[in-house]
Every structure is written in structure tokens, then in C-alpha cells.
Design a protein around this ligand. Structure first.
Ligand code: HEC
Length: 131
């Protein structure tokens, strides 16, 4: 019996455990530098959304606030990883969200995920006290 259960447990840990662990391992500071280079032009300096004001018209679909805890709590680490790596198309969203998988490594994508998570913590921290 143990032989049958063990693989299930191992796969379970890999599938469920790894993304969380990887996101924790991601370095938010490293992620910030990558964000500034690859994401800021569309998502704004702090994830708040379109940053060009009226200078360049925004894309025809809304870019939501990535520092909004209500939004971000609905998005799993794995979803964030997938949409950053493969772009909107990879997760059934708009292709106006480009994938970064060709220009940055998986480890760097986890850094970006860690940075996005830190934006939410800071947004929350302004209302509550940061833990
Ligand atoms: C060319 C503009 C553009 C760039 C560059 C871009 N995005 Fe996006 N992003 C979008 C658009 C447009 C959407 C909305 C897609 C949709 O909802 O169908 C989006 C959606 C997202 C979402 C999902 C948010 C939600 O509404 O659920 C995340 C997370 C995200 N982007 C992160 C990033 C990160 C991180 C980078 C940099 C690696 C990046 N994006 C680069 C345009 C961009």
C-alpha cells in the first residue's frame, strides 16, 4: 500500500507545494528590476495599471490594479507564473498581455511573482500594520 500512496504524495507536493515555495524563493528586489524593464510600460510603476496617461492610448481592455489585494488574492502563484511566462493567451486571456518567457528565465519569473506579491503587502500595509 505504501508504495501506491507514496508517488501520490510526492506528486502532490510537487504540484501543490512547489509554486508556493518557488514564489517564496523568488527575490522581490530582483523582480522589481525585471518589472521595471518588462512590465512597467503597461502596468504602471507600482502595478496600478496603465501608466501612459493620455500620451499613448491604453489597450482596449482594462488593465487591472496588480497591487489590489482583492484582485491578487484571487490569482494563484501558478496563474501569475503562467500569465507572465506565456502571456494572456496561455491562460485564456487577451494576447495584449505578452509573455515574457522568451526573454526571462523561470527563476526570474518567480522573482517577478514575488515582487507582485510584495506590492499587495505594501498596499495592505498602508491600511493595516504590516506583519
Ligand atoms: C504590452 C502591454 C503589457 C505588458 C508589457 C505586460 N502586460 Fe500584463 N497585462 C496586459 C493586459 C492588456 C492585461 C489584461 C489581459 C486580460 O485581462 O485579458 C494584462 C494582464 C496581466 C495580469 C493579470 C491581471 C488580471 O487582470 O487578472 C498580470 C498578473 C500581468 N499582466 C502581469 C504582467 C507582468 C508581471 C508583466 C511583465 C513581465 C506584464 N504583465 C507585462 C498588458 C501588458
Amino acid at each position: 500500500m505504501a508504495f501506491r500512496i507514496l508517488p501520490v504524495v510526492v506528486i502532490g507536493i510537487l504540484v501543490l507545494g512547489t509554486p508556493g515555495l518557488a514564489a517564496q524563493k523568488g527575490d522581490p528586489q530582483q523582480g522589481q528590476a525585471l518589472y521595471v524593464e518588462y512590465c512597467l510600460q503597461c502596468h504602471g510603476g507600482r502595478g496600478e495599471g496603465w501608466g501612459w496617461g493620455n500620451k499613448i492610448p491604453p489597450p482596449p481592455i482594462p488593465i487591472r490594479d496588480l497591487s489590489d489585494p482583492e484582485l491578487m488574492n484571487q490569482l494563484s502563484d501558478q496563474f501569475l507564473f503562467d500569465i507572465i511566462k506565456g502571456g494572456g493567451e496561455a491562460v485564456g486571456r487577451s494576447r495584449l498581455m505578452p509573455g515574457a518567457g522568451r526573454v526571462i528565465s523561470d527563476a526570474e519569473i518567480w522573482d517577478v511573482v514575488a515582487y507582485l506579491r510584495s506590492l499587495t503587502k505594501k498596499a495592505r500595509g498602508s491600511k493595516e500594520k504590516e506583519r
